[in-house]
Design a protein around this ligand. Structure first.
Ligand SMILES: [Cu+2]
Length: 67
């Protein structure tokens, strides 16, 4: 499935890179698309292997806020 998550606090591509790397640590992630300017992260994942909740936890663990 594909989900778009709104994230607050990403200010540059390095923030996006950290978030992307962190999400990819989860199993079942097929793609992560970041839009730092608009503060969105679009994640395509296999819902049998990963949950939206786990993805959000990864983003929050990097210090960014889900809005
Ligand atoms: Cu940054």
């Amino acid at each position: 499935m594909k989900e778009k998550i709104n994230v607050e606090g990403m200010t540059c591509s390095c923030c996006g890179g950290k978030v992307e790397k962190s999400i990819h640590q989860l199993d079942g992630i097929s793609s992560v698309e970041l839009d730092v300017d608009n503060g969105t992260v679009q994640v395509e994942f296999n819902e049998d292997a990963a949950t939206l909740e786990q993805i959000k936890e990864k983003i929050e663990a990097e210090g960014y806020k889900i809005v």
